[in-house]
Design a protein around this ligand. Structure first.
Ligand code: ATP
Ligand code: MG
Length: 288
């Protein structure tokens, strides 16, 4: 599908805009904080997309209107195989519609729930894709991330796609609190201290652990206790034979309290566990 946005004139010098009439709407794909996502087909080119519908009233209530606009602009300028593409957007009186690349296999965490835990090859393939996508974004000075499990999607072939890219740091803590999951928060966020893009490296460590063991490392029955464990970096590895010493080594080098000492994205992709396990194609179909 052509990438057109309201800002860019087409070849005739007109400003092309999408409308809802350009799409056939299919099944619901998911539900987010501010709206719903539907499978959709662009009528003219028969191109399958995901249409994310956000209610303006909801956005305004949470004061995220301008933020969304800025983030759409940022995301429109990103082009990476592991970053979910945004093709364009339009709006009517009540709603904003984002035209997104369709991630046919849905949430990575649905796959994880089905398989219970992933093999090292499978997990390393996702972690490598994720680290490369983050490096690309950091290079473009896009560092405001809100990595959380349900925002990691898979395309038809099983390639990792980061969705919801670019929600800003200010809203991170609030959004997590609203969603009720603290497992992915870095200690500096839990302690309400200054933080920067190195929180992403911490998050990669949490993700790596959860993919390999099926549960996040600091999970407890209560939020207070989870926070305590995060702050102490109370890290234990279950004695399961399917995780090698190298895998644990990578996790230990990411789940480091001192943000400056966390392994850099570059060093992550060079880590022996990644080199020995990740599929260079970024696709791993184990369990399918
Ligand atoms: P946020 O995570 O910022 O709160 P949100 O939760 O409102 O945003 P999304 O995460 O974008 O909205 O979408 C909600 C759910 O819809 C996702 O978790 C996923 O299951 C599904 N979904 C979203 N985008 C796509 C897509 N492009 N392809 C397939 N499924 C999608
Ligand atoms: Mg989401």
């Amino acid at each position: 599908m052509e990438k057109v946005s309201e800002e860019k004139p087409n070849s005739k010098g007109r400003l092309p805009t999408w409308t809802l009439q350009d799409f056939e709407i299919g099944k619901p794909l998911g539900r987010g904080k501010f709206g719903r996502v539907y499978l959709a087909r662009e009528k003219k080119h028969k191109y399958i997309v995901a249409l994310k519908v956000i209610f303006k009233q909801q956005l305004e209530k949470h004061n995220l209107h301008y933020q969304l606009r800025r983030e759409i602009e940022i995301q429109s300028n990103l082009s990476h195989p592991n970053v979910l593409q945004i093709f364009g957007w339009f709006h009517d009186d009540e709603r904003i519609f984002l035209i997104l690349e369709y991630a046919a296999r849905g949430e990575l965490f649905k796959e994880l729930r089905d398989l219970k835990y992933l093999s090292e090859k499978h997990a390393a393939t996702y972690i490598a894709s994720f680290a490369r996508a983050l490096a690309y974004c950091h290079e473009k000075n896009v560092i405001h991330r809100d990595i959380k499990p349900e925002n990691l999607l898979l395309d038809l072939e099983g390639r990792l796609k980061i969705a919801d890219f670019g929600w800003s740091v200010q809203s991170r803590t609030k959004r997590h609190t609203m969603c009720g999951t603290l497992d992915y928060l870095a200690p500096e966020i839990v302690e309400n201290k200054a933080h920067d893009y190195t929180v992403d490296n911490w998050t990669l460590g949490i993700l790596c652990y959860e993919l390999l063991y099926g549960v996040p490392p600091f999970e407890t029955e209560s939020q207070v206790n989870t926070c305590k464990r995060i702050i102490k970096v109370d890290l234990n590895f279950p004695s399961t034979p399917h995780v090698s010493a190298e895998g644990k080594d990578l996790i230990r080098k990411l789940l480091v309290k001192d943000a400056l000492k966390r392994l850099s994205l570059q060093r992550i992709v060079e880590h022996p566990w990644i080199v020995n396990n990740a599929d260079p194609s970024g696709i791993c179909n184990e369990g399918h």
